[in-house]
Design a protein around this ligand. Sequence first.
Ligand SMILES: NC(=O)c1ccc[n+]([C@@H]2O[C@H](COP(=O)([O-])OP(=O)(O)OC[C@H]3O[C@@H](n4cnc5c(N)ncnc54)[C@H](O)[C@@H]3O)[C@@H](O)[C@H]2O)c1
Length: 440
Amino acid sequence: MSQLKQMSHNDNSAPSTPGKFKIEKSPYFNRTRWHSSLAKLTLWSFAFLAVILIFFLRSPSSSASIPTDPSRRSLRTYNWGGSAWEKRVRSSARVRSRNGMTVLVTGAAGFVGTHVASALKRRGDGVLGLDSFNDYYDPSLKRARQALLERTGVYIVEGDINDEALLRKLFEVVPFTHVMHLAAQAGVRYAMENPGSYVHSNIAGFVNLLEVCKSLNPQPAIVWASSSSVYGLNTKVPFSERDRTDQPASLYAATKKAGEEIAHTYNHIYGLSLTGLRFFTVYGPWGRPDMAYFFFTRDILKGKSIPVFEAANHGTVARDFTYIDDIVRGCLGALDTAEKSTGSGGKKKGPAQLRVFNLGNTSPVPVSELVSILERLLKVKAKRNIMRLPRNGDVQFTHANISYAQRELGYKPTTDLQTGLKKFVRWYLNYYSGGKKAVE
Ligand SMILES: NC(=O)c1ccc[n+]([C@@H]2O[C@H](COP(=O)([O-])OP(=O)(O)OC[C@H]3O[C@@H](n4cnc5c(N)ncnc54)[C@H](O)[C@@H]3O)[C@@H](O)[C@H]2O)c1
């Protein structure tokens, strides 16, 4: 018992250094030593805190560091944060022209996103990209687009639009005036293989982006990519924005249609300025490998047969192919005419702009004609495998009425399919075979 008492006494007052007992004998030495120990302790504590602080400031935050939230489970690990990262973000978004805007371009490593981001940067707007670099198609092509943008001064942050913390951080670092929202799961046939990816990016991701945007003060104006596929099984041509859009032929189309309804809701409740653009089969350099013009080129060059679809009774399958530069001009026109959002901090203050435009070419071309043009440009005869159009997402034809976009955005496509494909083929040969094959 007495031993216990002794120990307890020693615990409370005695330091761990045995020598202390000796010094304690002198009250003078005791106070001095105590003060110096306190000073040392304080010094070490500060040093320790400083090390911790430096560690947190320098080490990038990780979007996957909150694994307990089920809504974030599907997010990959991305590194973002830190002072060097913020500096890059700010520098990329710096405006260099008078009256320029600051635009967050989602899907910037994608086909359309790369072209739009680079066009905005060229004219002096501040641009920051955001992309998940997913592997829906060859990610090395996305990396090559990223390198291209980097050379023009556009930085692409690697992350998912479902990552609320990342989006909030981006808006904290740069008060973007506009969002050009192009990130999405594209392609109609892949929906049968991976339907969840469409819900993840086109619905959940879009809602997450709108949730963040609605709560900001000031709110940005948003221009986003819908699709001509919302016209689904409609037979009346050309497709007009006033036509019905309630018979989608694919889950992709259904998620784009859902996006349009979601946009309506956020405009109505929160005063967000929202412009939806219904793109019609966009093609061109740096294009998407899952699209027919792209893989036809690849397979014709390889001597592989290509599937050329026809509808019932040898019906023609046609597309309103639209060249990328025309689409970019439409996107810039939409951004330039977008009015300010009217809400702030989640509260609407008045009615806000809500628009939907067709961005097409108004001259549909049969897919068989697309193949003939490619044959001429590549100087290789295609092995055509004529097949019935399967009912797995594709529609028989698309044809845009663009008079509304013409009036409001000054949109006027100028590139015909022959001219545009020539540019695409030149890029393709250059990119994949070092320009060995010449285009006439
Ligand atoms: N290209 C066309 O013909 C066409 C036609 C109609 C509509 N659209 C729409 O236009 C937009 C751009 O299309 P694209 O052809 O450039 O496609 P794309 O696949 O080349 O680009 C989309 C980019 O978004 C990224 N992304 C996907 N999900 C993401 C997520 N959750 N978070 C962050 N990034 C994500 C992808 O990595 C990709 O780089 C898409 O919304 C698409 O649906 C395209």
